[in-house]
Ligand binder design. Structure first.
Ligand SMILES: [Cu+2]
Length: 151
């Protein structure tokens, strides 16, 4: 009799947890993961970009302002095949939708000195995975409660 009560309580608790996780999974990441507009200011100076790495989520609309702090520099984004250039006092801009996931190199596209070939930075495009993690968590908790009830 006592065991039945414990099982019933555990089932109710886990069921509630399932619903809670599902709700959190549906409510928060949906807002966080829906494509956003992202703005970055990248400063180019012989022979570096600052920041050297930018990170976005897949689907984000990305705008990059390229600002030169010394001579003329360019920015060519591998994989997306787009580029812009910045000159002293004249910035360049680049707008694109990050529709491909992965790590992409961007490099200087305007010869700017001896180490110009080594002037590179990185764009990381993360997949929208949070929704899947929450879905898996929900299924996991549901399975756990099923095991407790059925054993
Ligand atoms: Cu350069």
């Amino acid at each position: 009799m006592m065991r039945k009560k414990v099982v019933l309580f555990a089932t109710a608790a886990l069921g509630g947890l399932c619903i809670l996780i599902a709700l959190v999974g549906i409510a928060t990441p949906a807002a966080a993961e829906s494509p956003r507009e992202r703005f970055f200011e990248i400063h180019a100076k012989r022979f570096d970009y600052t920041p050297g790495t930018i990170q976005v989520n897949q689907g984000d609309k990305v705008t990059v302002r390229l600002i030169s702090e010394d001579v003329s520099h360019g920015l060519y984004l591998d994989g997306y095949e787009i580029k812009t250039s910045a000159h002293p006092g004249e910035e360049g801009t680049l707008t694109f939708v990050a529709d491909k996931t992965g790590r992409y190199t961007f490099r200087c596209a305007t010869t700017c000195g001896e180490f110009h070939p080594y002037m590179v930075g990185y764009l990381n495009v993360e997949p929208n995975s949070r929704l899947w993690i929450f879905a898996l968590l929900t299924v996991g908790v549901a399975l756990c409660s099923a095991v407790i009830v059925l054993r």
